[in-house]
Design a protein around this ligand. Structure first.
Ligand SMILES: Cc1cc2nc3c(=O)[nH]c(=O)nc-3n(C[C@H](O)[C@H](O)[C@H](O)COP(=O)(O)OP(=O)(O)OC[C@H]3O[C@@H](n4cnc5c(N)ncnc54)[C@H](O)[C@@H]3O)c2cc1C
Length: 488
């Protein structure tokens, strides 16, 4: 039985990001992935939102994605919302298909010490106080201190853990397909009594066509067929445009469910294994990558025994709330697409409100993930929010704050009197940087806030402590987030 500190079931976007985070923290991590390669048949996610790009920037790899995608200065919720004035370096949506996102992530992971078990499948597990035995479908076993289920919506790990997946059954069902057409189709969107349909160009050649068609019926069993696509085209357009040579047919719905618990002792869930919802608004992959970045450093500290296992409960507390809010957004967006006249009237009101500057800014910050606020108690508005990527001045020259997070280590940024902090018992874990910054502190959705005099930044880029003139609460925050002090 091969032993690892952490085994991750599933090497999709969430599993890849988590593997990288753990490897950066020096943890022995293995990924068990059913697929032979990262190649995905068909298309899923179409892009990355601002906060996800920031998170990648915190690790020094945002350019790898940005250089291969297309930037758009808008997010969509009923209408297009301008996000070009959001206070971030990445004030845009990055158009890049999931195939490319996964490939670039996998290239990065390949540079790190991560063991892959490809074309292998997790079939179940048993856990006790000492660890987890991960059972593979071919009869082999792996042992681990922790198992993380990043194995998608039908998660075997979630089911084997007996974690409930409450939520809402689908109200709408869509067919998605890629094929060729011998006739010129009606490009773009079409709205009818069944809902919205769309036909567009697909990657892979000038004749390739991609389509999303609202189905007349919800809850049909079995895998969809090419004949189902033909019939749906005829129902929506009166013709199938001579469709032929399909490469991919699939179905998705607005089923909305969330794991009741993201942790059961030594087993955790992240990404689609923990939450599923309609793809409207493009949140799923973004949530999964950010789950991984929230969990990675915490799990690494627990495995390395610098923090107690209860630190992992903050993963559930923080990320369950974020996904619950995103699900609320996708349910609202789906409801607003209903084709009846009353819903259309409601949609017009929503569009009217979002045409006003303040609601637009708030909604834009929510959809782009920039307004995430983990509940770390009362205090300065930065507490529990993302650290802005400001340019500070240090004795060694100018410094962009995100660059100090590249190795996924926490940072105490002293913006007051130099050398006023002594990290003492935490100096093995936390970097201390004396710096100056005279610019504005502008937070998405909130606007300008008072300048802090020191900030303790977690490896995921969220602020764990904000200082004014004193060090009040600093030792407590260091202990809570990075474990008790050690004799140095
Ligand atoms: C039509 C559509 C459009 C979408 N558009 C967007 C979008 O624009 N933006 C966005 O952010 N999201 C979008 N999503 C959602 C996005 O695709 C998912 O949220 C994302 O893929 C979740 O990543 P994951 O790693 O958590 O899960 P998955 O991508 O499902 O990866 C799970 C991995 O685990 C592997 N696996 C499964 N079971 C096992 C097992 N037992 N053993 C070993 N390996 C296993 C699978 O092979 C897979 O590689 C869309 C989804 C759909 C269907």
């Amino acid at each position: 039985m091969k032993e690892h500190a952490v085994v991750i079931a599933g090497g999709g976007p969430t599993g890849l990001m988590l593997a990288a985070e753990l490897a950066l923290a020096g943890v022995d991590v293995a990924v068990v992935e059913r697929r032979a390669s990262q190649e995905l048949l068909g298309s899923r996610a179409k892009g990355l939102h601002s906060r996800t790009i920031e998170v990648l920037d915190q690790r020094g790899i945002a350019d790898r994605f940005v250089s291969r995608g297309q930037t758009y200065p808008v997010v969509h919720f009923q209408v297009a919302l301008d996000i070009s004035d959001l206070p971030t370096r990445h004030n845009y949506v990055l158009g890049l298909s999931q195939n490319h996102i996964e490939r670039i992530l996998a290239e990065w992971v390949a540079e790190l010490p991560v063991q892959f078990y490809r074309e292998r499948e997790v079939a179940g597990f048993t856990q006790d106080d000492a660890g987890v035995i991960v059972e593979l479908a071919d009869g082999a076993c792996l042992t681990a201190e922790y198992l993380v289920g990043c194995d998608g919506a039908r998660s075997v790990v979630r089911k084997a853990a007996g974690i409930a997946f409450p939520g809402w059954d689908p109200s709408t069902s869509w067919l998605i397909a890629e094929a060729e057409m011998s006739e010129e189709p009606e490009w773009g969107f079409r709205h009818d009594a069944a809902g919205t349909h769309a036909i567009g160009h697909a990657e892979g050649g000038p004749r390739r066509v991609g389509m999303v068609l609202t189905e007349a019926q919800v809850g049909r069993d079995g895998e969809p067929t090419f004949d189902d696509v033909r019939a749906a085209l005829v129902a929506a357009y009166g013709t199938d445009f001579g469709i032929h040579s399909p490469t991919w047919v699939s179905r998705f719905t607005d089923m909305t469910r969330q794991a009741a618990a993201y942790r059961d002792r030594r087993v955790l869930l992240a990404g689609d294994a923990a939450h599923v919802h309609a793809p409207i608004g493009g949140q799923g992959l973004n949530l999964g990558v950010q789950d991984a970045v929230n969990l990675g450093w915490k799990l690494a500290q627990v495995v390395r025994q610098t923090s107690p296992a209860m630190l992992l409960d903050t993963y559930h507390a923080e990320r369950h709330a974020v996904a619950a809010r995103a699900m609320r957004g996708t349910m609202a967006a789906t409801a607003l697409r209903r084709p009846d006249e009353r819903t259309k009237a409601l949609g017009e009101y929503v569009a009217q409100f979002l045409g006003m500057d303040e609601p637009r800014k708030r909604m834009a910050a929510e959809l782009s993930g920039l307004d995430i606020h983990y509940d770390l108690g009362e205090g300065h508005p930065l507490l529990g929010r993302r650290m802005p990527d400001v340019d500070v001045a240090t004795a060694d020259g100018p410094l962009r704050v995100f660059t100090v997070l590249h190795k996924a280590r926490p940072v105490l940024l002293n913006l007051g009197e130099p050398r006023r902090f002594d990290l003492a018992g935490w100096s093995d874990r936390v970097q201390l940087i004396d710096a100056e910054y005279a610019g504005r502190w502008d937070l998405p959705a909130l606007g300008a806030v008072s300048p802090p005099n020191g900030v303790l930044i977690r490896p995921d880029g969220y602020v764990a402590w904000v200082g004014d003139r004193t060090e009040a609460g600093l030792a407590e925050a260091l202990t809570t987030w990075f474990g008790p002090p050690r004799a140095v």
